[in-house]
Design a protein around this ligand. Structure first.
Ligand code: 4AD
Ligand code: MG
Length: 456
């Protein structure tokens, strides 16, 4: 990495990152970061330093530095950017396993003394207003690290299985998931909508490449303020030619098992951090520690026919009737019964999107599936087999009152070499919320877009 111009003389020492601190055991190094916290006791300063990769304590003893340096440490305000030098020492009590015996300190920029985020309890609105600073906090940092790891798992999973990554457009001329949640924009005098899902284009890509996936931001003008809804969220959508409903369920199951296994293997410390920093309201939910919860994510998942799910919900006290969609509360009480995800399948066509293939063995049903995450989390995946018959699809587009001309190209896929095909969409933020055991999706993305929030 090239060295930026800083208002100080840079020490001529190797730059250690906290994440890789073990490689520097016993060596004199520099650490470049920010002051996370400070305690001072007589002839000692304990400086908590974060460098973006982790948190380490630097201990400065009066005996090891000149008077001016020791006094400088006394003036450090929270979030001051600084460079410390010292010797890395193993310390079993330290969270990173190491401490720095500090012998030098340079201030890069002294932070204003009124850093707004302190260890005391702040309200959610306050924290969301200061999200640009909140993401520096330990718990938020851990959550976003888990998010990044999940993204990597997803990409590796599909790349390793021969899926080709193909991006789909964000400006679209028509709806994919119903017309009630469209964000409309002006596209050089023509109406355009922000994409709700890349699926329709993905189907075209699958007819050209066999197995494809798209992974990008999707948009829904959700009018609901719930713990599960963002207006901008990230979705990974695999689509495969010659795949059926069962193949889709198998693929979804494998993907989610892989995510759970890899997060568990690589993000143990992050999961522990999240578990130790929970609000009182969160504690009351009595979720399992996340390592334990993820270890339980093993095949086979519970596969349940929609009709059986309705019966089970009625037994659990829901007033749901056959033909109704599962509401948020239904998903909560149903999935509280399980410690691994469920694949609820064959929903009635009436409550699913126009493109769902009709079930040949039962005309009211569609070849659809939702994956519901356990412990009350609910839907993280929606998908199924697509209607591949030209005439049936034309009838479905008409029935849903959608403009036929917008679907000319989509119908071509049924005209020129139609094959059975299927796929699904996994919502990244809902998956992160479940994996981390969070009460709301707003903490799962650096800058959440919610019905009532567009800033920072
Ligand atoms: O169930 P949905 O609407 O399915 C589709 O969009 C399909 N076209 C996907 C496909 O088959 N290729 O959305 C898929 C997933 C949901 O299960 C959920 O995890 C997430 O996207 N999702 C949201 N996440 C956050 N905020 C919202 N407003 C969401 N709406 C859907
Ligand atoms: Mg859905």
């Amino acid at each position: 990495m090239s060295i930026p111009t800083l208002p100080i003389a840079l020490p001529d020492l190797p730059v250690a990152t906290v994440r890789e601190i073990a490689h520097f055991d016993g060596q004199r190094v520099q650490i470049r970061g920010w002051l996370y916290g400070r305690r001072s006791k007589g002839k000692l300063h304990f400086l908590q330093i974060r460098d973006g990769s982790g948190l380490i304590q630097a201990v400065m003893s009066r005996a090891d530095v000149d008077e001016e340096t020791f006094a400088r440490a006394d003036r450090l305000t929270q979030e001051t950017s600084l460079i410390v030098t010292g010797t890395v020492r193993a310390d079993a009590r330290a969270p990173s396993g190491f401490e720095l015996s500090c012998d030098g300190l340079e201030i890069v920029s002294l932070a204003a003394p009124d850093y707004p985020i302190s260890p005391k309890d702040h309200g959610t609105a306050f924290l969301m207003d200061h999200r640009h600073l909140w993401i520096r906090s330990r718990r938020q940092h851990a959550i976003l690290k888990v998010r990044a790891r999940i993204v990597k798992s997803i990409r590796d999973f599909f790349d390793n299985q021969g899926f080709t990554l193909l991006d789909t457009p964000i400006f679209t001329p028509n709806a994919c998931e119903g017309t009630s949640t469209l964000f409309e924009t002006d596209y050089h005098g023509q109406k355009a909508y922000l994409s709700q899902s890349g699926q329709l284009y993905n189907e075209a890509n699958a007819m050209a490449f066999g197995k494809v996936y798209t992974f990008g931001p999707t948009f829904r003008a959700e009018k609901s303020k719930t713990r599960r809804h963002l207006t901008e969220f990230w979705m990974v959508e695999p689509e495969a030619a010659y795949m059926d409903l069962k193949g889709t369920m198998d693929l979804a199951e494998d993907l989610v098992c892989t995510i759970a296994r890899e997060v568990l293997a690589d993000c143990g410390p992050e999961l522990d951090t999240i578990d130790t920093i929970r609000s009182e309201a969160e504690e009351q939910r009595q979720l399992k520690p996340r390592r334990e919860a993820l270890a339980a994510i093993q095949k086979p998942f519970v596969r349940m026919d929609y009709g059986d799910a309705v019966k089970r919900l009625q037994e659990l006290g829901s007033d749901i009737q056959f033909g109704d969609d599962l509401g948020g509360d239904d998903e909560t009480i149903l999935t509280q019964q399980y410690d691994r995800p469920m694949l609820v399948n064959r929903y009635p066509s009436e409550i699913k999107a126009f493109y769902m293939k009709k079930d040949a063995s039962d005309p009211v049903r569609s070849l659809s599936v939702d994956m519901l995450a356990p412990e009350g989390y609910g839907e993280i995946i929606g998908g199924g087999q697509r209607e591949d018959d030209y005439d049936t699809l034309v009838a479905a587009i008409q029935k849903h009152g959608l403009p036929m001309t917008a679907f000319d190209w989509y119908l071509d896929l049924r005209k020129y070499g139609s094959v059975p095909h299927a796929g699904f969409g996994l919502g990244l933020e809902r998956t992160v919320a479940w994996v981390c055991g969070l009460p709301h999706v707003r903490e799962t993305i650096p800058f959440a877009r919610l019905m009532d929030r567009l800033s920072p």
